[in-house]
Structures are given as C-alpha cells and as structure tokens.
Design a binder for this molecule. Structure first.
Ligand code: DGL
Length: 257
C-alpha cells in the first residue's frame, strides 16, 4: 500500500507517526510544503492552489490514498478533492467528539482558516450540551514551523489565550508537537485527531481490497520538480521544497525507524 500525506510543513509528521503505527507495512510519501508554510492565514484560493500542487505530486507516486494531514487543508479543500480524485481522501477532524464525551467546557485551538470554517461550526453544533470556544491562533503554526525547521525561538504562552477550560482540542497538526506544554499551560487534558485519522485510513484501505497489496519498496521519481529524500526502510519518502529539513525533523522527533 502506498499512502500520501500532505501538510503545509512539518505538522503532518505527527499524523505520519500515527499512520505508521496503524499501517506498519505501508509505504508513506510525505509532502510538506515548508516553502509556503504557514497556510492558516492565507486566502482560501491560495491554499487550494498549493494543496492541489502537493496532492498532484503525491498522486504521481501512485498513492492508494491521500491523507490531508493538515486541518487547514482539510477545512478548505477536502470536499473538492473528494469530488475530483479517484483515490480516497482522509481529512483531519479536530477531536471535539472524544473531548465532549467527557467534558463540558472545551477550548479548540486552530488556525484562522480552520477556526472560521463551516466544517468546524457543523462539528461543534453536534454537541449543544457543551460550551465550546474556538480560538484562532494566528501565528502559532508558523512559529512552530520556524522553531522545528530553522531553530527559531518562540514563546508558546504568548500564542495561547487565557482560558478557564476543562479540556483543550488541538485543531492544527503543528500544535501536536507541543501537546505536553499546552496541557501543562492549561493544566487540563489535551485531545488531537491524529489517531482518529490513522484509524480511518486503515479502515478505508482495508475496504479497498481486503488484505491489500502491501509493499515495502519505496519508489522515488527523480523527474519530479522537487528535492526528495528517503528516510530509512521503515520511514517515509519526503517530497517538497525542504525535504531534507523534513527528514531532519522527522529523525529528531521519531528516531530513525
Ligand atoms: N498543520 C496545519 C494544520 O493542521 C497547517 C498550519 C498552517 O500552515 O498554518 O492546520
């Protein structure tokens, strides 16, 4: 099985980790559009054009499914891609449901485009018994991207709104890197949608053709107009402008396996 993951940068690596856990034998292709990150404050049309380009690169690798490992890309593009592509498209869903099953007061942190999205509004409306606040953290994803790829320092606390809440939901895959710090900041449990997305991916691929045609081999396509690199036999093939940096962050974060 070949799986393509897309994110504006390094945030989707946290989703890749969850997907690798669910599907240890699949071959993963990861497109992180670091050169254009962050996406969260961009107009929708720009995000759509950038996501289309990244997804095309993944399709050129012959992937069996595309994971939009980015809440912003999901909020803006998932429906359009699902109508257009002939492979399944798995999107991110902020983990409001598991949080709402246990808590009443919930804070969702997200990028501006995700925070204003119809998709998030519809999700929140499903839990009228809860008091769910949404905060658009305009600079946080970019600060995390800069920190992990360029070693830039940033003050996490300055990006987090003051809030009294019982649980926090991370509506951006970049934030998952700072999950522990965010939990400590609010002193409450933190939820993310990564394992949910990984399970949906497994379910979707399982439904495609039973046990599937599993493949350990990684194909690289040097004709692509991107730099690329491979990261270990159990790792991922990185596509995108700063593929080498993705690989470095990947290894720092998850080890080499
Ligand atoms: N990781 C992304 C998300 O989940 C993108 C953040 C950004 O580029 O602004 O929304």
């Amino acid at each position: 099985m070949r799986v393509g993951l897309f994110d504006s940068g390094v945030g989707g690596l946290t989703v890749l980790r969850a997907c690798k856990r669910e599907l240890p034998r699949a071959t993963f292709f990861y497109y992180g559009d670091n050169g254009n990150a962050p996406y969260g404050n961009r107009p929708r049309e720009e995000i759509t054009a950038l996501v289309d380009r990244g997804v095309e690169a993944l399709l050129a690798e012959g992937v069996d499914a595309v994971v939009l490992a980015c809440n912003t890309a999901t909020a803006v593009c998932a429906e359009g891609l699902r109508r257009r592509l002939c492979v399944p498209v798995i999107g991110m869903e902020p983990a409001v449901k598991p949080a709402a099953e246990r808590y009443r007061d919930i804070l969702v942190l997200a990028t501006p485009r995700t925070a204003e999205s119809e998709r998030l509004k519809v999700l929140i409306q499903k839990f009228p018994q809860c008091n769910i606040g949404v905060f658009a953290a305009a600079g946080l994803a970019g600060a995390i991207e800069g920190c992990l790829t360029r070693g830039e320092k940033f003050a996490l606390d300055k990006h987090l709104p003051p809030a009294v809440t019982q649980a926090v939901v991370l509506g951006c895959t970049h934030y998952v890197f700072f999950r522990r710090e965010i939990a400590a900041h609010y002193a409450v449990p933190v939820y993310d949608g990564n394992s949910g997305a990984a399970r949906r991916l497994k379910g979707v691929l399982g439904g495609l053709d039973g046990d599937g045609e599993w493949s350990e081999t990684t194909k690289t396509n040097k004709s692509l107009p991107f730099e690329w690199s491979e990261c270990g036999e159990k790792g991922a093939v990185f596509l995108g402008k700063w593929a080498q940096i993705n690989e470095k962050v990947y290894k720092q974060t998850f080890g080499t396996g």
